[in-house]
Design a protein around this ligand. Structure first.
Ligand code: UN1
Length: 511
């Protein structure tokens, strides 16, 4: 167990042990299978976490619902104060929690810390929101009447998160949901259970200090059976799901079957369009991080570079040079020199190998990379592939690994068409120095994605905006802007203070 190695003493700082309980319903108690969690950098076991049985899920859902009554009655600014304290508690644990993310997920430490910072930022955002949650008053067509929009919490919600952002995506949902007056049951990825235990312990410490029931933020580590039970549970008024398009579609249908609400953050197939007038230095810096960074394991990773024919050769050759310069910096994500860590699992490694092999078989050229790195852990070379048709099934499929397809475009219009022709619609970016192109790109015939950038990469969104995408990405929006509306129900209230009944639309009923 790596946890016994003094090198990983930060695990103890987070209250973790060799054996951990993966269920929190106000108390830590689990009866499901014991799962081992691995470091993708060396394949070794970090520690064990006891997962939930279906009965444990039931205890979480029940305790969360009970806690909701108290939580919903607290004024929103008082809930905001709790979320502020959670932000502060995260600031205190920033370093060890970042290290844990690096160890268990596999991203490099600066990005792991950045992900905890994202949670802290959303706590700040939620704190402000707690004093500014709006409710509109509309003019009534009837004298002595008023129309009010009143927002109330939903109740209990389910949060299902993926391995690749094991802290931030929970934070986006949890912080906003908490100020909105919801309680949650979190089912994290089965391969990042330690992170979810550590985060929940931090949240618990704040709740306990303030005499608030812990089940306001329940945790249920588990597999498919737990996920399915949660998705079908009528008490979960909203299911926020981040994961693959295939599973997300099932989740959406299942939640809809019971008329629950869903918020889906599914796959992406993000493109950068490099127009002929692009600032290539900007582009190269951005593309290196967006294509190869996080070992290609962001939903927002750039998977396609759509490059104007006039700059195509120059971009491909300069990008190869940029890739070559980071090759020696692929390594242990906890080491300060590393820029790229491993893939998360052996299955991801296999998917990378299969995709590279298929690309070659279909006539693609490996311009850079293409190989698994011979060392312990799941490391691969970031890979650039050219020569595949823009609409080949491989190019249209998301492989969660650092593989980018370079595709030549004759003009911007064709680039936009290629950008939009995939099923996914998460993120997109255009590199141009021309103002007219920018407005075309963000207009009705521009990018059809939820995130439409200019002169920045497709990844690395800030918390202030709404995060999410269209089409097979699922349509959900979380985090900033008005995403809070997902976590509340709206009542349209018409109040008559005129002393007489007057019907709308001037209807006369009787004399
Ligand atoms: C994800 O990959 O699931 O925009 C989330 C970004 C990050 C969040 C990514 N802020 O890349």
């Amino acid at each position: 167990y790596l946890i016994e190695d003094p090198k990983y003493s930060f695990l103890k700082d987070l209250g973790l042990d060799k054996k951990n309980v993966g269920v929190f319903n106000g108390k830590w108690e689990a009866n499901g299978p014991m799962i081992q969690t691995f470091s993708p950098a060396n394949g070794k076991v970090i520690a064990e976490v006891q997962a939930a049985s279906v009965a444990d899920y039931e205890s979480c859902a029940k305790a969360a619902q009970d806690a909701w009554h108290e939580w919903a009655e607290m004024p929103a600014p008082a809930r905001g104060e709790i979320v502020r304290q959670i932000g502060d508690a995260l600031r205190e644990k920033l370093q060890p929690l970042g290290q844990l993310v690096s160890l268990e997920m596999g991203k490099i430490l600066p990005e792991a810390i950045g992900e905890v910072v994202e949670y802290i930022h959303v706590c700040d955002l939620a704190l402000g929101l707690s004093r500014s949650l709006p409710g509109t008053i509309f003019p009534s067509e009837r004298p002595g009447h008023v129309l009010i929009e009143k927002w109330n919490p939903l109740g209990a919600i389910g949060i299902i998160t993926a391995f690749n952002f094991p802290v931030a995506v929970f934070g986006w949902n949890s912080a906003i949901a908490m100020v909105c007056g919801d309680v949650s049951v979190w089912k994290p990825s089965e391969t990042t259970p330690l992170i979810s235990v550590a985060v929940t312990k931090i949240v618990e410490s704040v709740l306990v200090k303030n005499n608030i029931p812990g089940a306001v933020a329940a945790l249920c580590v588990g597999g498919k059976d737990i996920g399915q039970t949660l998705v079908k549970d009528h008490r979960m008024k909203l299911v926020s799901f981040t994961g693959s398009t295939a599973v997300g579609q099932e989740v959406g249908v299942e939640v809809q079957r019971r008329f629950g609400r869903h918020l889906l953050e599914l796959g992406g197939n993000n493109a950068i369009i490099v127009n002929e007038d692009a600032n290539l230095q900007l582009l190269l810096n951005a593309a290196l991080f967006a294509c190869a960074g996080t070992a290609g394991q962001r939903c927002t990773t750039t998977r396609r570079l759509l490059i104007h024919k006039k700059v195509y050769s120059e971009v491909v050759s300069k990008l190869k040079k940029a890739y070559a310069s980071v090759l020696s910096r692929i390594g242990d994500p906890l080491e300060s020199e590393s820029l790229i860590g491993p893939l998360h699992t052996p299955a991801a490694l296999q998917a990378y190998k299969d995709t590279v092999a298929a690309a070659v078989k279909q006539g693609g050229t490996i311009e850079f990379g293409g190989k698994v790195i011979e060392r312990e852990g799941y490391f691969v070379e970031p890979t650039i592939i050219t020569g595949l048709p823009h609409d080949s099934p491989l190019v249209k499929t998301e492989c969660f690994a650092p593989i980018v397809y370079c595709i030549e475009i004759p003009d911007l219009e064709t680039g936009i068409q290629y950008n939009n022709e995939v099923e996914q619609g998460l993120s997109s970016s255009l590199f141009t120095e021309n103002m007219g192109n920018v407005f075309k790109w963000i207009g009705p015939h521009g990018s059809d994605c939820g995130i439409v950038n200019v002169n920045i990469p497709t990844n690395g969104a800030e918390v202030g905006g709404a995060f999410g995408g269209e089409k097979a990405t699922g349509g959900g929006r979380e985090c900033g802007s008005d995403s809070w509306k997902n976590y509340m129900r709206r009542s349209t209230v018409t109040i008559n203070y005129s002393g007489t009944i007057k019907l709308a639309q001037n209807i006369k009923f009787g004399d």
